[in-house]
Design a protein around this ligand. Structure first.
Ligand code: HEM
Ligand SMILES: *[C@@H]1O[C@H](CO)[C@@H](O)[C@H](O)[C@H]1NC(C)=O
Ligand SMILES: *[C@@H]1O[C@H](CO)[C@@H](O)[C@H](O)[C@H]1NC(C)=O
Ligand SMILES: *[C@@H]1O[C@H](CO)[C@@H](O)[C@H](O)[C@H]1NC(C)=O
Length: 255
């Protein structure tokens, strides 16, 4: 009997592995599947971690998927989800679709790293010209918090000086640092005890470039699910460090 179980298990295991692969296989969205302004939520839908149609994402799903794919703690996902919920125009909705997130100035904001301002064009799709502006600051093989902060400021300044409709409401003004912290958390190497805060994380530029351009997890470049867990406390620490560095940079310091 035991032998039979073992041989069945051996026969079934590769099939299960194949199923798992198919489940997380990257596929570009097709007609009827919606995407939005968040490169990571789009990416997770492209891999089938989120529903491939980009629709009906509820809080439990967001918490489960971000844990499974990226090692995000519920504390980091809760608030983020709550900010996104009102983008669904349906009364009392308990889920959202990725394209709901595109509504200007709920969460979607001007001065994005990789998207046009809504005044100039679609604010939800990757825009190479905008991304090229950002990449001017992502020089060298890794991005530290100083480079990330300079890029973040530069895009806001560029939008503010060229877009007559430029706005950055309070939520957006905080959210921009959270977004930059988010990609560094996911793709970076951590040194939480670094004496200089700008060295808390170093993020391989090629992983970041690949992710933004392809909306795909850079497995083929050797990336794996982060070993650190992202709690709200850690996210806040990183956001505060970026804000602090930004203030110093604006004051002309070589931070
Ligand atoms: C429930 C979870 C999430 C929600 C509701 C959400 C929502 C959004 C929204 C609405 C934007 C557009 C802001 C803009 O106008 O640029 C955005 C941008 C962004 N998000 Fe997410 N997001 C989530 C999770 C994540 C995660 C896990 C990451 C990890 C890398 C991430 C990384 C980013 C980045 C880097 C941007 C900036 C894109 C740019 O500036 O071009 N997000 N997110
Ligand atoms: C939404 O919730 C409010 C408050 O609970 C309730 O009065 C209202 O009837 C609900 N609307 C719909 C469309 O379910
Ligand atoms: C972005 O930069 C790349 C590489 O420098 C260049 O080939 C491409 O034409 C630029 N794209 C736009 C839209 O400016
Ligand atoms: C960072 O410092 C703390 C407290 O000093 C220590 O417990 C921890 O092991 C250190 N972590 C690393 C990665 O060095």
């Amino acid at each position: 009997m035991k032998l039979t179980y073992i041989s069945v298990a051996l026969a079934v295991a590769p099939a299960l592995a194949l199923l798992a692969d198919a489940y997380h296989e990257w596929r570009a969205p097709v007609e009827g599947q919606v995407r939005g302004p968040c490169p990571m939520l789009n990416t997770l839908a492209n891999h089938g971690f989120m529903p491939r149609d980009g629709k009906n994402i509820n809080k439990k799903m967001a918490i489960d998927v971000l844990n499974k794919a990226l090692n995000w703690d519920e504390t980091a996902v809760n608030d983020l989800y709550d900010f996104a919920q009102p983008t669904n125009p349906a009364p009392n909705a308990t889920s959202f679709d990725l394209n709901h997130l595109t509504t200007h100035n709920i969460l979607e904001h001007d001065g994005s790293l990789s998207r046009m301002d809504s005044r100039f064009g679609p604010a939800d799709v990757f825009d190479e010209a905008t991304w090229n502006e950002t990449m001017q600051y992502f020089t060298g093989s890794t991005i530290d918090l100083a480079k990330a902060s300079r890029a973040r400021t530069a895009r806001v300044v560029a939008s503010a000086s060229t877009n007559p409709d430029f706005t950055l409401p309070q939520v957006g003004a905080n959210f921009i640092y959270g977004e930059s912290a988010a990609f560094q958390f996911v793709f970076g190497e951590w040194d939480l005890n670094a004496t200089d805060p700008k060295n808390m994380v170093h993020t391989p530029t090629d992983l970041v470039e690949y992710f933004f351009r392809n909306e795909r997890l850079p497995y083929e470049l050797g990336w794996k699910r982060p070993v650190n867990r992202l709690s709200l406390a850690l996210l806040t620490k990183l956001v505060m460090a970026m804000k602090d560095i930004t203030i110093k940079q604006m004051g002309g310091e070589d931070a």
